[in-house]
Design a protein around this ligand. Structure first.
Ligand SMILES: Nc1ncnc2c1ncn2[C@@H]1O[C@H](COP(=O)(O)OP(=O)(O)O)[C@@H](O)[C@H]1O
Ligand SMILES: [Mg+2]
Length: 328
């Protein structure tokens, strides 16, 4: 499926744009969203990237963790997820950081009672967990009825290699989260025991449910990422060796995780210009890199987008970029 075919193929409800910071992920994903909306498809673009730039791309405040209607265009909503709303920090989500001292005490009591695996579990949280949690939380609410009318959901997010691995490792779900669950159960049981000894009522602990839901959501994210019918993952890059090497690593990682990629967008390609020496020197250097990209990614559809003389900001420039990306 080429990127141009994406517009008509509504089966691909989810579109993800991945790549290094600064290559144009927000501009590309926003342009695609604008094009879908112009085509009459109710579209929601979501950013889970803590370094949000959707508000900049649309020149509108979108940092409210709820879909905000984009001005002056029909069918388009956008939202930036604030990390605190996404439960971005898994420790707070698991209710494990509200009382560090108390938890330390509880840990040592548990260890002395023979619960050895408690150990330093909290300090060994795998990298990428916060982002995986954020994605899982997003999935929890876009699964709800309220979001059912969005025919297209575009993710402006760059899952790192770590996050991808976490999401696709069944062992992780049953390993790390499983251990966390066990520890929580033991802690609440011990806590309840202590409290009843002291004649206190123990409050109901819903951490178990929260973590079970999270596990389930991560499984859904994993399936969504891998679903070739509903999901299109686009790699964004620019014609520099550094960015190409990074894209190659990302493509390898996605292949290992069985996430299909058909399209690579090469952004910021210098137009030929004989009047500007700087531009023509840059363009020549890029030409070699573009040839390299074509050889390296010969199995992918490659779409080039030129380097415009203005920033991609506001609806007009997004529409212009969309035309370059997806045609008229
Ligand atoms: N093809 C392009 N031509 C000109 N400026 C661009 C182009 N693509 C992106 N930009 C600009 O480059 C900057 C980074 O783009 P952005 O989409 O925010 O990247 P990312 O989301 O990957 O960090 C922004 O200022 C954007 O307006
Ligand atoms: Mg961005």
């Amino acid at each position: 499926m080429t990127i141009q075919n994406l517009l008509q193929n509504k089966e691909r409800r989810f579109v993800l744009v991945g790549g290094k910071g600064g290559v144009g992920k927000s501009s590309i994903s926003s342009s695609i969203a604008v094009k879908f909306a112009q085509n009459g498809q109710p579209t929601l673009i979501i950013s889970t990237d803590p370094a949000h730039s959707l508000s900049d791309s649309f020149d509108q405040n979108l940092n409210q963790s709820i879909p905000v209607k984009i001005n002056n265009i029909d069918n388009l909503w956008a939202m930036e997820i604030r990390p605190e709303d996404a439960g971005g920090d898994f420790k707070s989500l698991a209710g494990l950081d509200d009382n560090e001292e108390g938890i330390d005490q509880m840990m040592s009591s548990l260890s002395s009672l023979g619960f050895d695996e408690v150990g330093d579990l909290l300090d060994t949280a795998p990298p990428g967990i916060d982002e995986a949690v954020a994605l899982a939380k997003v999935i929890q609410f876009i699964d709800s009825d309220e979001y059912a009318h969005f025919e297209r959901i575009i993710f402006d997010t760059a899952p790192t290699g770590h996050t991808l691995r976490l999401l696709s490792l069944p062992d992780f779900l049953d390993g790390f989260l499983g251990k966390l669950l066990k520890v929580r159960v033991k802690m609440s049981n011990a806590m309840a025991g202590f409290k009843s000894l002291l004649g206190m009522n123990s409050e109901r602990d819903n951490t178990l449910e929260v973590l079970e839901n999270l596990k389930e959501s991560m499984r859904i994210v994993r399936e969504l990422f891998r679903n070739q019918q509903t999901t299109e993952f686009i790699i964004a890059t620019i014609p520099t060796i550094m960015s190409i090497n990074e894209s190659e690593r990302l493509a390898d990682q996605l292949r290992i995780e069985e996430i299909q990629v058909h399209n690579i967008v090469v952004n910021q390609v210098m137009p030929e210009n004989i009047d500007c020496k700087f531009c023509s020197v840059r363009a020549k250097g890029q030409k070699e890199n573009l040839d390299y990209i074509k050889k390296l990614f010969s199995n992918y559809h490659i779409t080039e987008v030129e380097y415009f003389d203005t920033e991609i900001r506001g609806l007009d420039s997004l529409k212009m970029m969309a035309t370059h990306l997806l045609g008229n």
